[in-house]
Design a protein around this ligand. Structure first.
Ligand SMILES: NC(=O)c1ccc[n+]([C@@H]2O[C@H](COP(=O)([O-])OP(=O)(O)OC[C@H]3O[C@@H](n4cnc5c(N)ncnc54)[C@H](O)[C@@H]3O)[C@@H](O)[C@H]2O)c1
Length: 347
């Protein structure tokens, strides 16, 4: 049986992706890479077979025994590592967000497409069970015309405090969490072309040493390096006249019921992601349907299975890096709009 031999870079979220690749009978984690050897050793101990370990991603990308590379490092490293992998003929699976800027994301997508390798975003929210369930209904036309949507990712006090990569330039709440709901909602709307974005963003908690993960108190030499947003929100208008309101908060003074929420507004029906509910009118009376999605797993196994099927079976990729680029364009436009205090046009 043909197997996709995969190298995983970054022992944070890379481990979730690695576990799902290993769980597929046609997937194998062959090598690990991290600048912290202890993190690699810890994960290697979990795996069924011995793996190679690299501290330098360039060396790992040259390994002829690897077919694909999963990039799970902080945002600022996604493009250099994925480019190195592509230049060595490897297929790539990249965690969200695609990059730390639109320019670098575009360079990566163009090279990946020219190289002809399978290039896919690892999107645990888009590939999660409830979102995939709603996607099935969208494809069937259950909602009629979808004309409006609201996507939100909200935390009370959860600025990541274990890596500077999250809070330095290129990180931030919107690129961390907003990107998930923006991507999932945009894909439910059938990926319309964005034309205009108006946003606000800022850092109201992080630079004051507040709002960190589960109310922990970081040292000043950590939080004084804060150079990103800890909230962002805005409005996106698409070419087909559809509108999307989107928000992301790492910290806020609000009661939080579930971290992510998506609401869809259609001419025939609407939906809410959590708890998964459908709304419509039957015989002039409201009908609300609560849905228990078939499985309650994170989307990493679907991501791994699809990535492997794209490589081995030639299945068309449903989440190419180009999707990541389009989402990055919207995200960066929102953050730029917040900076300049004006609408940003994307058409
Ligand atoms: N649900 C999801 O899809 C999801 C969830 C969390 C994080 N993420 C994404 O994953 C990325 C990493 O986040 P995390 O929470 O795993 O962070 P993390 O800090 O826990 O892990 C990142 C790892 O990358 C390693 N690393 C950093 N630079 C490196 C380099 N140049 N070469 C090799 N290794 C390097 C670090 O040592 C660390 O072990 C971010 O882009 C984040 O947006 C995705």
């Amino acid at each position: 049986m043909q197997v996709v031999r995969t190298g995983i870079v970054g022992m944070g979220i890379g481990r979730n992706n690695g576990r799902s690749i290993e769980a597929n009978p046609r997937g194998e984690v062959t090598a690990l890479c991290d600048i912290l050897p202890e993190r690699m050793k810890e994960f290697a101990a979990e795996l069924a077979s011995p793996v190679k370990m690299y501290e330098d991603y360039k060396e790992m990308c040259q390994d002829p025994d690897i077919d694909a590379v999963m990039v799970g490092t902080p945002n600022q490293w996604h493009v250099p590592i994925a480019l190195e992998a592509i230049r060595n003929g490897k297929h790539v699976l990249v965690t969200k967000p695609l990059a730390d800027s639109e320019e670098t994301a575009r360079v990566l997508v163009e090279e990946a497409e020219d190289a002809g390798v399978i290039n896919m975003m690892s999107l645990s929210t888009r590939f999660s069970d409830p979102v995939m369930y709603l996607d099935g209904l969208c494809q069937e036309g259950f909602f009629g015309d979808l004309y409006y949507a609201h996507a939100r990712a909200l935390r009370r006090s959860r600025i990541p405090d274990w890596s500077l990569g999250f809070i330095e330039e290129g990180g931030g709440a919107f690129r961390d969490m907003g990107v998930h709901v923006l991507d999932a909602c945009w894909s439910l709307l059938s990926k319309p072309k964005p034309v205009s974005v108006l946003g606000v963003a800022g850092a109201k908690f992080g630079p004051r040493g507040q709002g960190y993960w589960d109310f922990r108190q970081p040292e000043p030499d950590f939080y004084t390096r804060y150079a990103s947003d800890d909230y962002g929100g805005g409005f996106i208008v698409f070419e087909n006249g559809v509108g999307m309101q989107v928000e992301s908060f790492w910290a806020c003074h609000q009661g939080i019921v579930g971290e992510t929420q998506i609401e869809l507004f259609g001419t025939e029906a609407g939906a809410k992601l959590r708890p998964l509910t459908l709304y419509r009118t039957v015989n002039n009376a409201p009908q609300d349907i609560t849905v228990d999605p078939p499985k309650k797993v994170e989307g990493f196994s679907e991501v791994a299975d699809h990535f492997i099927a794209c490589i081995l079976d030639g299945v068309p990729c449903e989440a190419p890096l180009r999707d990541g680029l389009e989402v990055q364009r919207m995200m960066e436009a929102l953050l730029r709009s917040a900076q300049i205090g004006k609408e940003v046009r994307l058409d």
